[in-house]
Design a protein around this ligand. Structure first.
Ligand code: ADP
Ligand code: MG
Length: 702
C-alpha cells in the first residue's frame, strides 16, 4: 500500500499514510520503527523526546565543568593513537580559553586523518574529568570550514532509543513528518465540551513545540515534564488510558453473570457465627459487593484496605453468598503459606455451617490435590482456596460464580483475567472481588484501576494498640535478642525476618537457616522455628501451625511471611537489613504484628552507612503506621510506576504522563472521559490507537 503523496491528497489522508511512504524507509527500518509503535507517518509525531540538549550556543572550553553537556568549538592541536589498556584515538583541541581531549575507542583511519592538527571542530558531548584534564568520550563532532556554520535554532530533542533506529535518523524522520503535515492533520480527538484544563496549547502546537522547542524555551520546565505542551499531551495520554480501562469495564458489564441471591441464607449464618462483629467499614465494603452480586451483571470490585483491616472475612462473606446461592466461589492467594492460612480460616468458619472448603496448591500431595479437584469438578465443594494453581490447566469448576483474588499486587492483570475465564460457562462470567493492601490515593486509584469499582476499608478492628517502631543499628543486635527473651517470657511470640541478601531463594533460605541456628543457640529457653520458601510445603505448614498454636515462640522467616500471615499473639517483629527493603514491603511485614490487643513492637535493624533514600524510608516507617500516608511518601520517593507496578494495574507504560506528577490533571481526565464515553465512541478508539496501540494488555487473553 505504498501510496505516493499525490496532489489531491488531503492532510487527513496523509496522516494515515504508512511510514514506508517516507523517503528511505524500507522494510527493515519500518520493522524497527514498529517496535516504537510507529506504523503510520502520524505516529512519528507521538514518539516524544525523553530530554533535550542545548546546541543553540557554543560554550567556551574554559567554562566547561565535569558533567556538563555542551557544544564547544576549537582547533586540533594534536591527534594520536594511544594504547592505554586499549587502543584509542586521542584528539586535543583548544579554543584559547582551555583545552579539551576527545577520546574515541572506535575510529577509522579516515577519521584520524580528518582530525589533523589545525582542523577546526564543533563538538557536542558531556565533559568529564579524565587523566589529561577535561575530556569528552565519543562526542558528536563536525569539521568547520572557513565559512560560518549556523548553530541549531532549537533545542535538540533526544528520543527514546530503539534497537537500530539511530537518534539522527529518528530526528530526521520526525522532522520530515512535521514538515510535510500541516498541523490540521494532527487530529484533536478531545471535543471542546470535554473541557481541557486551562492554559494548555492546542494539540498541534504542543506536538510541534515538543519536537522543536525554541532556543528560549524554559529548559528546567521541560526537563521536569511540567511544560504546558507536555501537560497537554499528558492529559491526552492519561485520558486514553483511562478510557481504555473504562471501555474494558463496560464491555465486561455487558456480559451476563449469575445473580447471587443466597436463598439458603448462608451469608447471614456465616456472619452470625463469627466471634466478632464486622466494623462499619467492613460492612460497607460487603454491602457494596452484595449490591453487585445480586444483579446478574459481573462484579469487578477492588477492596482496598490497609494491612490488618480484615479483608479476609469480607471475602469469605462474599463466598458464603455464592455458596448459599448454589454456586462456587474461589479465593486465590499469592503464596502457599497464605493460601493455607486462608483455607484454615475459612474451613473453621464454614465447617460449623456444614460447608466444605477445598484447598488447591501446587505443592500438596498429588492424592489430596486430585480429590480436591474432583470435588470442585463435581460441584460437591463450593468454596475453594488456593494459589495460582487454581487457574492452571486441568482444573474445572462446576459452577464458578465468584473469583476472589487476595493481595492482588502480587498478580498480573493477565492472571486475574485467566481465572475469570476459567469460570466462563453457559455464557456467564464469574464475579470478581479483588483485595489489595496497596493504599494508593483515591484519584490515583480511580485512574489506575478504572476497570474496577472501588471499596475502601478505612478502619481497623477495635481494640488494636498502635505498633511502636524502632530503628536500631545492627551493632546493637544483642539488645534486640534480649527483647525476644522478654516477649517470650511474657507469653508472647516474635518474628525474626532475615535479610534480603540475594534474589536467589536458595541463598535466602540458607541465611534463614543460619540465623535460626544462631538464635536458637543464643536463646536456650526459647522454642525457635523456621520457615522459608525452599522448605517442603509440609514442613512449612507444620512450622506455621506450631507458631500459630504457640508451640514455637520465635519464628525465623524470610520475607515469605510478608503477605497476609495472621498470628495475633505475635507482638514483636525484628527485621534485619531493613535498609534494603522498600516502604511497601516494610509496611506489609510490620503488619504481621499489632493484630491482637497487646502492644506490639517492630524493630528495624540496619547496617550503616545508610544511603539518603534508605534513611528517609526508615524515618517514614518509624514515624507512621498509616498505610495511606506511607503510600503517599513512597510515591514521592519512588514515583507511581514502581509503587503500583504496571503489571498489577491495567495501566501500561506511560510515554509523557506520570501519574504522580500529573495527578492534578486526573479529576479533569475523569470528567472528560465521561463526555467521550457518552457521545464520542470513535474518538475513544482513535485516542487508544494513538497512545496505546494494539497493546494486548488491553485485550482479553485468548
Ligand atoms: P487483612 O486485611 O490484612 O487481610 P485479615 O483479614 O488477615 O486482615 O484480618 C486481620 C485480623 O483481624 C484477623 O485475625 C481477623 O480475624 C481479625 N478481624 C477481622 N475483622 C475483625 C473485626 N471486625 N473485629 C475483630 N477482629 C477482626
Ligand atoms: Mg490479607
Amino acid at each position: 500500500m505504498k501510496a505516493a503523496a499525490g496532489a489531491g491528497e488531503s492532510p487527513a489522508d496523509r496522516a494515515e499514510r504508512p511510514v514506508t511512504t517516507l523517503r528511505g524507509v524500507g522494510a527493515a527500518l519500518a520493522e524497527r520503527l514498529g517496535k516504537l509503535g510507529v506504523t503510520r507517518v502520524a505516529d512519528l509525531l507521538f514518539v516524544l523526546p525523553l530530554r533535550y540538549e542545548d546546541r543553540t550556543q557554543v560554550t567556551a572550553i574554559g567554562q566547561l565543568g565535569p558533567g556538563k553537556r555542551a557544544a564547544v568549538e576549537g582547533e586540533v592541536l594534536l591527534t594520536e593513537v594511544a594504547y592505554r589498556g586499549r587502543r584509542q584515538l586521542l584528539c586535543r583541541i583548544s579554543d584559547g580559553s582551555g583545552m579539551l581531549t576527545l577520546r574515541f575507542f572506535y575510529f577509522s583511519g579516515a577519521q584520524q586523518a580528518n582530525l589533523a592538527r589545525g582542523t577546526r571542530l564543533r563538538c557536542f558531548g558531556e565533559a568529564r574529568r579524565g587523566p589529561l584534564g577535561l575530556e569528552m568520550v565519543h562526542p558528536e563532532y563536525r569539521r568547520l570550514g572557513h565559512e560560518a556554520v549556523p548553530l541549531e535554532e532549537n533545542l535538540t530533542p533526544i528520543y527514546p532509543l530503539t534497537g537500530g533506529v539511530p537518534q539522527g535518523r529518528l530526528r530526521a524522520l520526525v522532522g520530515e513528518a512535521l514538515r510535510e503535515m500541516d498541523r490540521a492533520t494532527v487530529r484533536d480527538w478531545i471535543p471542546p465540551e470535554a473541557g481541557l484544563p486551562e492554559g494548555l496549547p492546542s494539540l498541534g502546537e504542543a506536538v510541534s513545540y515538543l519536537h522543536h522547542p525554541p532556543r528560549e524555551a524554559r529548559h528546567e520546565e521541560l526537563a521536569a515534564g511540567r511544560h504546558p505542551a507536555q501537560r497537554r499531551l499528558a492529559f491526552e495520554e492519561l485520558l486514553a488510558h483511562h478510557l481504555s480501562l473504562k471501555v474494558r469495564k463496560r464491555a465486561l458489564k455487558t456480559d451476563p453473570a449469575w445473580a447471587l441471591t443466597d436463598e439458603a441464607g448462608l451469608t447471614r449464618r456465616f456472619l452470625a457465627g463469627l466471634p466478632f462483629a464486622l466494623t462499619g467499614a467492613q460492612r460497607r465494603a460487603l454491602d457494596d459487593a452484595e449490591r453487585d452480586l445480586v444483579t446478574g451483571v459481573p462484579m469487578a470490585r477492588l477492596v482496598q484496605g490497609d494491612v490488618g483491616c480484615g479483608k479476609t472475612v469480607v471475602a469469605a462473606a462474599a463466598a458464603a453468598r455464592a455458596a448459599g446461592s448454589g454456586f462456587q466461589a474461589t479465593l486465590m492467594a499469592p503464596t502457599e503459606l497464605l493460601a493455607e492460612q486462608h483455607w484454615r480460616n475459612l474451613r473453621d468458619w464454614f465447617h460449623p455451617l456444614g460447608e466444605t472448603v477445598a484447598l488447591v496448591s501446587g505443592s500438596q500431595p498429588p492424592r489430596a490435590r486430585r480429590s480436591a479437584l474432583a470435588a470442585i469438578a463435581s460441584g460437591e465443594v463450593r468454596i475453594a482456596v488456593g494459589t495460582h494453581a487454581l487457574f492452571q490447566e486441568g482444573i474445572d469448576f462446576k459452577r464458578l460464580a465468584l473469583v476472589i483474588v487476595d493481595e492482588q499486587h502480587r498478580f498480573g492483570v493477565q492472571q486475574r483475567m485467566r481465572l475469570q475465564e476459567k469460570g466462563q460457562k453457559e455464557g456467564r462470567l464469574p464475579h470478581q472481588l479483588i483485595m489489595t493492601a496497596t493504599p494508593i490515593p483515591r484519584t490515583l486509584a480511580m485512574t489506575a484501576y478504572a476497570d474496577l469499582d472501588i471499596s475502601v476499608i478505612d478502619e481497623l478492628p477495635p481494640g488494636r494498640t498502635p505498633i511502636l517502631t524502632v530503628v536500631i543499628p545492627e551493632q546493637r543486635r544483642a539488645e534486640v535478642v534480649l527483647r525476644i527473651v522478654e516477649a517470650c517470657r511474657a507469653g508472647r511470640q516474635a518474628y525474626w525476618v532475615c535479610p534480603l541478601i540475594d534474589e536467589s531463594d536458595e541463598l535466602r533460605a540458607q541465611a534463614a537457616e543460619e540465623t535460626a541456628a544462631t538464635l536458637s543457640a543464643a536463646l536456650p529457653g526459647v522454642r525457635v522455628g523456621l520457615v522459608h520458601g525452599r522448605m517442603p510445603s509440609a514442613a512449612k505448614d507444620a512450622a506455621m501451625l506450631a507458631f500459630k498454636a504457640g508451640k514455637i515462640q520465635l519464628l525465623v522467616a524470610t520475607t515469605v511471611i510478608e503477605v497476609g500471615v495472621d498470628v495475633p499473639n505475635a507482638t514483636l517483629m525484628v527485621v534485619e537489613n531493613a535498609e534494603r527493603m522498600g516502604l511497601a514491603q516494610l509496611h506489609q511485614l510490620r503488619g504481621r504484628v499489632g493484630r491482637g490487643t497487646e502492644a506490639s513492637t517492630c524493630v528495624l535493624l540496619y547496617r550503616a552507612p545508610l544511603s539518603p533514600l534508605a534513611r528517609e524510608r526508615l524515618k517514614v516507617i518509624r514515624d507512621t503506621t498509616d498505610g495511606f500516608e506511607i503510600a503517599r511518601r513512597d510515591l514521592a520517593l519512588r514515583g507511581p510506576g514502581e509503587l503500583l507496578g504496571t503489571r498489577q494495574t491495567g495501566l501500561a507504560q506511560l510515554r509523557v504522563a506520570d501519574l504522580m506528577r500529573d495527578a492534578d490533571l486526573l479529576p479533569q481526565v475523569q470528567e472528560a472521559a465521561e463526555v467521550l464515553l457518552a457521545s464520542y465512541p470513535l474518538n475513544i478508539a482513535a485516542l487508544a490507537a494513538r497512545w496505546i496501540g494494539d497493546d494486548e494488555r488491553y485485550g482479553r487473553v485468548g
